[in-house]
Design a protein around this ligand. Structure first.
Ligand code: SF4
Ligand code: SF4
Length: 303
Protein backbone atom coordinates (compact mmCIF):
# COMPACT_ATOMS: atom_id res chain seq x y z
CA UNK A 1 0.00 0.00 0.00
CA UNK A 2 1.44 3.38 -1.01
CA UNK A 3 0.36 6.89 -0.29
CA UNK A 4 0.43 9.36 -3.12
CA UNK A 5 2.86 12.25 -3.00
CA UNK A 6 0.04 14.78 -2.72
CA UNK A 7 -1.43 12.89 0.24
CA UNK A 8 1.98 12.74 1.87
CA UNK A 9 2.62 16.44 1.38
CA UNK A 10 -0.78 17.26 2.81
CA UNK A 11 -0.16 15.11 5.87
CA UNK A 12 3.39 16.39 6.28
CA UNK A 13 2.18 19.98 6.12
CA UNK A 14 -0.60 19.26 8.63
CA UNK A 15 1.81 17.54 11.01
CA UNK A 16 4.40 20.25 10.64
CA UNK A 17 1.87 22.94 11.40
CA UNK A 18 0.44 20.99 14.31
CA UNK A 19 3.85 20.38 15.86
CA UNK A 20 5.32 23.77 15.18
CA UNK A 21 8.00 22.56 12.78
CA UNK A 22 7.94 25.78 10.82
CA UNK A 23 11.62 25.94 9.91
CA UNK A 24 11.75 22.39 8.66
CA UNK A 25 8.47 21.85 6.86
CA UNK A 26 9.12 24.17 3.92
CA UNK A 27 12.38 22.63 2.66
CA UNK A 28 11.14 19.09 3.17
CA UNK A 29 7.85 19.78 1.43
CA UNK A 30 9.69 21.46 -1.43
CA UNK A 31 12.15 18.58 -1.56
CA UNK A 32 9.49 15.94 -1.82
CA UNK A 33 7.59 17.93 -4.42
CA UNK A 34 10.58 17.98 -6.71
CA UNK A 35 11.78 14.48 -5.98
CA UNK A 36 13.39 13.05 -9.07
CA UNK A 37 12.76 9.29 -9.19
CA UNK A 38 16.01 8.87 -11.12
CA UNK A 39 18.00 10.30 -8.25
CA UNK A 40 16.60 8.53 -5.25
CA UNK A 41 19.46 7.32 -3.06
CA UNK A 42 20.47 3.71 -2.98
CA UNK A 43 20.91 2.34 0.52
CA UNK A 44 22.80 -0.61 1.89
CA UNK A 45 21.64 -1.13 5.47
CA UNK A 46 23.91 -3.29 7.62
CA UNK A 47 23.36 -4.27 11.24
CA UNK A 48 26.18 -4.98 13.68
CA UNK A 49 25.90 -5.25 17.46
CA UNK A 50 22.27 -4.24 17.54
CA UNK A 51 18.93 -5.51 18.78
CA UNK A 52 17.21 -4.45 15.51
CA UNK A 53 15.05 -2.08 17.55
CA UNK A 54 15.90 0.83 15.24
CA UNK A 55 14.79 -1.21 12.22
CA UNK A 56 11.54 -2.00 14.00
CA UNK A 57 11.06 1.68 14.76
CA UNK A 58 11.68 2.62 11.11
CA UNK A 59 8.93 0.21 10.13
CA UNK A 60 6.51 2.15 12.35
CA UNK A 61 6.78 5.20 10.13
CA UNK A 62 3.35 6.48 9.17
CA UNK A 63 3.99 9.41 6.85
CA UNK A 64 5.39 8.17 4.57
CA UNK A 65 4.84 4.47 5.03
CA UNK A 66 7.99 2.33 5.26
CA UNK A 67 7.15 0.72 1.93
CA UNK A 68 6.84 4.07 0.25
CA UNK A 69 10.07 5.25 1.86
CA UNK A 70 12.13 2.32 0.57
CA UNK A 71 10.62 2.28 -2.89
CA UNK A 72 9.56 5.85 -3.75
CA UNK A 73 12.02 7.89 -1.69
CA UNK A 74 14.99 5.54 -1.54
CA UNK A 75 16.05 2.29 -3.09
CA UNK A 76 16.90 -0.27 -0.45
CA UNK A 77 19.53 -2.57 -1.92
CA UNK A 78 19.97 -4.66 1.18
CA UNK A 79 18.58 -4.91 4.69
CA UNK A 80 19.10 -8.02 6.82
CA UNK A 81 15.49 -8.13 8.04
CA UNK A 82 13.68 -6.87 4.95
CA UNK A 83 15.51 -8.13 1.89
CA UNK A 84 14.18 -11.14 0.06
CA UNK A 85 17.73 -11.98 -1.01
CA UNK A 86 19.80 -13.91 1.49
CA UNK A 87 22.99 -15.94 1.61
CA UNK A 88 25.23 -15.76 -1.46
CA UNK A 89 22.81 -13.58 -3.46
CA UNK A 90 22.72 -10.97 -0.72
CA UNK A 91 26.50 -10.99 -0.42
CA UNK A 92 26.83 -10.48 -4.17
CA UNK A 93 24.76 -7.30 -3.94
CA UNK A 94 26.74 -5.99 -0.96
CA UNK A 95 30.08 -6.88 -2.55
CA UNK A 96 29.15 -5.32 -5.89
CA UNK A 97 28.70 -1.94 -4.21
CA UNK A 98 31.10 -1.95 -1.27
CA UNK A 99 33.99 -3.79 -2.89
CA UNK A 100 33.07 -3.19 -6.51
CA UNK A 101 32.04 -0.27 -8.67
CA UNK A 102 28.31 -0.88 -9.05
CA UNK A 103 27.55 2.80 -8.45
CA UNK A 104 26.70 5.44 -5.87
CA UNK A 105 25.19 4.33 -2.62
CA UNK A 106 24.80 5.38 0.99
CA UNK A 107 25.64 3.01 3.78
CA UNK A 108 23.30 2.90 6.78
CA UNK A 109 24.80 1.32 9.88
CA UNK A 110 22.70 0.14 12.81
CA UNK A 111 24.57 -1.12 15.87
CA UNK A 112 28.04 -0.82 17.30
CA UNK A 113 31.17 -2.46 15.88
CA UNK A 114 32.96 -5.27 17.80
CA UNK A 115 36.47 -3.84 17.54
CA UNK A 116 38.09 -6.36 19.91
CA UNK A 117 36.12 -9.35 18.61
CA UNK A 118 35.50 -8.77 14.87
CA UNK A 119 34.29 -12.33 14.37
CA UNK A 120 31.27 -11.51 16.54
CA UNK A 121 29.65 -9.96 13.43
CA UNK A 122 30.18 -11.77 10.14
CA UNK A 123 28.67 -11.46 6.69
CA UNK A 124 29.67 -14.67 4.96
CA UNK A 125 33.44 -14.96 5.29
CA UNK A 126 33.97 -11.28 5.90
CA UNK A 127 33.65 -9.27 9.08
CA UNK A 128 31.18 -6.44 9.52
CA UNK A 129 34.15 -4.24 10.46
CA UNK A 130 36.01 -4.88 7.21
CA UNK A 131 32.92 -4.07 5.14
CA UNK A 132 32.59 -0.76 6.97
CA UNK A 133 36.26 0.00 6.46
CA UNK A 134 36.17 -0.88 2.75
CA UNK A 135 33.02 1.18 2.21
CA UNK A 136 34.91 4.36 3.11
CA UNK A 137 36.48 4.21 -0.36
CA UNK A 138 33.31 3.57 -2.39
CA UNK A 139 30.25 5.05 -0.66
CA UNK A 140 28.78 8.51 -1.04
CA UNK A 141 28.36 8.72 2.72
CA UNK A 142 27.32 6.83 5.82
CA UNK A 143 24.44 7.31 8.21
CA UNK A 144 24.73 5.98 11.75
CA UNK A 145 21.27 4.77 12.76
CA UNK A 146 20.60 4.83 16.49
CA UNK A 147 22.65 5.35 19.63
CA UNK A 148 24.68 2.12 19.30
CA UNK A 149 26.10 3.25 15.94
CA UNK A 150 26.35 6.90 17.02
CA UNK A 151 27.82 6.58 20.53
CA UNK A 152 28.32 2.86 21.22
CA UNK A 153 25.13 2.58 23.25
CA UNK A 154 24.28 -0.57 25.18
CA UNK A 155 26.75 -2.88 23.32
CA UNK A 156 29.58 -0.55 24.39
CA UNK A 157 28.48 -0.40 28.02
CA UNK A 158 31.22 -0.61 30.61
CA UNK A 159 32.67 -4.12 30.79
CA UNK A 160 31.55 -5.23 27.30
CA UNK A 161 33.70 -8.08 26.01
CA UNK A 162 33.55 -7.25 22.32
CA UNK A 163 35.30 -3.89 22.62
CA UNK A 164 32.29 -2.35 20.89
CA UNK A 165 32.84 1.10 19.40
CA UNK A 166 30.66 3.61 17.60
CA UNK A 167 30.94 4.35 13.90
CA UNK A 168 32.65 7.75 14.48
CA UNK A 169 35.19 6.09 16.82
CA UNK A 170 35.79 3.29 14.29
CA UNK A 171 36.62 5.66 11.44
CA UNK A 172 38.60 8.01 13.66
CA UNK A 173 40.89 5.17 14.76
CA UNK A 174 41.65 4.45 11.11
CA UNK A 175 42.03 8.09 10.19
CA UNK A 176 39.21 7.75 7.66
CA UNK A 177 36.92 10.72 7.13
CA UNK A 178 33.86 9.71 5.11
CA UNK A 179 30.82 11.96 4.90
CA UNK A 180 28.98 10.88 8.04
CA UNK A 181 25.67 11.78 9.63
CA UNK A 182 24.69 10.36 12.99
CA UNK A 183 21.12 9.88 14.15
CA UNK A 184 21.04 8.83 17.81
CA UNK A 185 18.09 7.42 19.71
CA UNK A 186 17.28 4.11 21.35
CA UNK A 187 15.51 3.58 19.10
CA UNK A 188 15.64 6.24 16.40
CA UNK A 189 12.46 8.07 15.51
CA UNK A 190 11.52 7.10 11.92
CA UNK A 191 11.13 10.78 10.93
CA UNK A 192 14.71 11.51 11.97
CA UNK A 193 16.01 8.96 9.46
CA UNK A 194 13.61 9.27 6.53
CA UNK A 195 13.54 13.06 6.60
CA UNK A 196 17.33 13.18 6.80
CA UNK A 197 17.64 10.98 3.72
CA UNK A 198 15.17 13.14 1.83
CA UNK A 199 17.02 16.24 2.95
CA UNK A 200 20.37 14.88 1.74
CA UNK A 201 19.05 14.13 -1.71
CA UNK A 202 16.93 17.17 -2.41
CA UNK A 203 18.20 19.96 -0.16
CA UNK A 204 21.74 18.86 0.70
CA UNK A 205 23.50 17.84 3.87
CA UNK A 206 21.55 19.26 6.80
CA UNK A 207 23.35 21.47 9.29
CA UNK A 208 24.97 19.19 11.85
CA UNK A 209 25.64 19.63 15.57
CA UNK A 210 28.84 18.73 17.43
CA UNK A 211 27.97 15.01 17.18
CA UNK A 212 27.33 15.18 13.40
CA UNK A 213 23.58 14.90 14.01
CA UNK A 214 21.09 17.07 12.07
CA UNK A 215 20.32 20.24 14.01
CA UNK A 216 16.77 20.22 12.67
CA UNK A 217 16.11 17.30 15.04
CA UNK A 218 18.93 17.55 17.57
CA UNK A 219 19.54 21.29 17.85
CA UNK A 220 17.78 21.75 21.19
CA UNK A 221 17.64 19.82 24.41
CA UNK A 222 14.42 18.04 25.38
CA UNK A 223 14.39 20.25 28.49
CA UNK A 224 14.30 23.47 26.40
CA UNK A 225 11.00 22.67 24.69
CA UNK A 226 9.47 20.42 27.35
CA UNK A 227 5.87 21.35 28.23
CA UNK A 228 6.83 20.86 31.90
CA UNK A 229 9.61 23.43 31.75
CA UNK A 230 7.35 25.93 33.48
CA UNK A 231 6.94 23.42 36.34
CA UNK A 232 10.73 23.12 36.47
CA UNK A 233 11.09 26.89 36.79
CA UNK A 234 8.37 27.07 39.44
CA UNK A 235 9.88 24.05 41.25
CA UNK A 236 6.70 22.02 40.89
CA UNK A 237 8.57 18.72 41.03
CA UNK A 238 7.10 15.21 40.93
CA UNK A 239 8.26 13.20 43.97
CA UNK A 240 7.28 9.80 42.63
CA UNK A 241 6.21 8.28 39.31
CA UNK A 242 2.65 9.26 38.54
CA UNK A 243 2.87 12.67 40.22
CA UNK A 244 2.22 15.77 38.15
CA UNK A 245 4.98 18.28 37.54
CA UNK A 246 8.54 18.30 36.30
CA UNK A 247 10.25 14.90 36.47
CA UNK A 248 13.69 16.29 37.34
CA UNK A 249 13.79 14.72 40.82
CA UNK A 250 13.00 11.36 39.28
CA UNK A 251 16.19 11.55 37.24
CA UNK A 252 14.82 13.03 34.02
CA UNK A 253 17.68 13.40 31.55
CA UNK A 254 15.87 15.91 29.34
CA UNK A 255 18.44 18.57 30.39
CA UNK A 256 21.23 16.38 28.92
CA UNK A 257 19.53 15.15 25.76
CA UNK A 258 19.40 16.81 22.36
CA UNK A 259 16.16 15.74 20.62
CA UNK A 260 12.89 17.25 19.40
CA UNK A 261 10.63 14.70 21.11
CA UNK A 262 8.52 17.40 22.86
CA UNK A 263 7.43 18.83 19.50
CA UNK A 264 7.60 15.73 17.30
CA UNK A 265 6.06 13.10 19.61
CA UNK A 266 6.22 9.36 18.93
CA UNK A 267 4.04 6.53 17.66
CA UNK A 268 2.47 8.56 14.90
CA UNK A 269 2.03 11.57 17.17
CA UNK A 270 0.19 9.62 19.90
CA UNK A 271 2.51 10.26 22.81
CA UNK A 272 6.11 10.55 23.99
CA UNK A 273 8.05 9.67 27.15
CA UNK A 274 7.26 12.68 29.32
CA UNK A 275 3.67 12.85 28.08
CA UNK A 276 3.40 9.27 29.37
CA UNK A 277 4.76 10.50 32.73
CA UNK A 278 8.07 8.68 32.24
CA UNK A 279 11.29 10.66 32.72
CA UNK A 280 13.46 11.08 29.63
CA UNK A 281 16.10 8.33 29.89
CA UNK A 282 18.55 10.23 27.72
CA UNK A 283 18.43 7.76 24.86
CA UNK A 284 19.92 10.28 22.39
CA UNK A 285 22.74 11.27 24.72
CA UNK A 286 26.39 10.09 24.54
CA UNK A 287 26.18 9.01 28.18
CA UNK A 288 23.24 6.68 27.56
CA UNK A 289 23.88 3.22 29.04
CA UNK A 290 27.65 3.58 29.01
CA UNK A 291 28.30 3.14 32.74
CA UNK A 292 27.45 0.15 34.89
CA UNK A 293 25.58 2.45 37.26
CA UNK A 294 23.31 3.96 34.62
CA UNK A 295 19.77 3.05 35.64
CA UNK A 296 16.95 4.21 33.38
CA UNK A 297 15.23 5.73 36.40
CA UNK A 298 16.94 7.23 39.43
CA UNK A 299 16.35 9.62 42.26
CA UNK A 300 18.00 12.88 41.32
CA UNK A 301 21.29 13.15 43.14
CA UNK A 302 21.99 9.41 43.07
CA UNK A 303 23.45 7.83 39.92
S1 SF4 B 1 10.33 16.91 32.87
FE1 SF4 B 1 12.51 16.68 32.35
S2 SF4 B 1 12.76 17.69 30.38
FE2 SF4 B 1 10.79 18.36 31.23
S3 SF4 B 1 11.28 20.28 32.31
FE3 SF4 B 1 11.44 18.62 33.82
S4 SF4 B 1 13.62 18.01 33.78
FE4 SF4 B 1 13.22 19.22 31.95
S1 SF4 C 1 12.17 11.92 25.48
FE1 SF4 C 1 14.29 11.31 25.93
S2 SF4 C 1 14.17 9.05 26.30
FE2 SF4 C 1 12.28 9.67 25.26
S3 SF4 C 1 12.75 9.27 23.10
FE3 SF4 C 1 13.18 11.46 23.50
S4 SF4 C 1 15.38 11.54 23.98
FE4 SF4 C 1 14.73 9.37 24.14
Amino acid sequence: MQIKRRQFLKMAAAMSAAFGLGGFSAPVAAALKSLDPNKIPRLIYLQGLSCSGCSVSLLQSENPSPLSMITDYSQLLFHGDLSAASGRRALEVIDAFIDGNAGDYFLAIEGAIPEAMPEACMFGEKTFASYIEDAAATMAGVIAIGSCATFGGIPAAEGNLTGAVSLPEFYKKRNLKPLMITIPGCPVHPDWVWHTITHIVKVGIPKLNQYASPEIFFGKKVHETCPRYHDFQEEVLAQKLGDEGCLFKLGCLGPDSFADCPTRWWNGGQTWCIDANAPCIGCTSPIFARKRDFPFYRQNGSS
